[in-house]
Design a protein around this ligand. Structure first.
Ligand code: NI
Length: 248
């Protein structure tokens, strides 16, 4: 069930059955020579659609712009500052809490978002803790779950790509987008085959260290078939994690 395809009556009826919601969150940033700029936002959204086919859960609109300052040396990247994303996450949670949602599960597609989203959760909790009027009321619970971090996806990525998985513009995430959008498949030449590793600093430093945008990965191994298997694994992983999260 998708929030944007629901009426407010639908949402009110859903709240009678459940107080949980899944909010996909990602980033709009370069993903190397063959990955889509939208990869990190598309992946959690693709997985969320699979989850909605399996269980009764409301899916919020995707927050598709995140922490991507280090990718600004490549055209197409859009970033928020950490303080902006923090405010966005806090406002989204508090809007939902106002309607009675208690369990906000952020299904994340971008490692760079993790620190800021967790800081936003601390802000949400601090507001409840510091507000004397909210004492003795059930508090909101927030969780960030990465679609790529569950045990099924981790083990499948290892089996499919081994050390060529890397950490940015990975064959796993690109395969998942190619499964959902087969027209995106392309195989430009890439050298070296496996991209360099290194620290992440600002955009100028990043472009010098990682000239084609990848970190540690060989995304020429991506295939829609691998994406289909990763999709099934991610849907199972996230449903398991979400069920644990909303359990009393
Ligand atoms: Ni990514």
């Amino acid at each position: 069930m998708f929030l944007q395809h629901s009426t407010w009556h639908d949402v009110a009826a859903y709240l009678e059955r459940s107080r949980g919601i899944i909010i996909p969150i990602g980033s709009t940033e370069q993903h190397g020579p063959n990955g889509l700029v939208g990869t990190d936002a598309l992946c959690p959204e693709i997985v969320a659609r699979g989850i909605a086919d399996e269980i009764d859960v409301l899916i919020a609109p995707t927050i598709s712009i995140g922490m991507a300052q280090h990718h600004l040396g490549f055209p197409g990247t859009i970033t928020l500052r950490p303080a902006t994303l923090l405010a966005v996450v806090r406002d989204v949670v508090q809007s939902l809490v106002r309607h009675g949602f208690e369990h906000c599960y952020f299904l994340n597609g971008h490692g760079g978002n993790i620190a800021t989203v967790n800081a936003a959760f601390s802000e949400v909790y601090a507001e409840t803790s510091l507000n004397l009027e909210s004492m003795n009321r059930p508090g909101v619970r927030c969780r960030l779950g990465n679609w790529f971090d569950g045990r099924r996806v981790r083990s499948l990525s290892r089996e499919l790509f081994g050390s060529a998985e890397g950490s940015h513009a990975t064959p796993s995430e690109i395969s998942l987008t190619w499964y959902a959008f087969p027209d995106a498949v392309r195989q430009p030449p890439m050298t070296p085959k496996i991209a360099p590793q290194g620290p992440i600093r600002d955009a100028i430093d990043y472009r010098q260290r990682f000239p084609d945008g990848r970190i540690g990965s060989d995304p020429s191994l991506s295939t829609p078939e691998a994406g289909e298997r990763l999709f099934a694994a991610a849907v199972e992983d996230v449903i398991e994690d979400y069920r644990r999260f909303i359990a009393p």
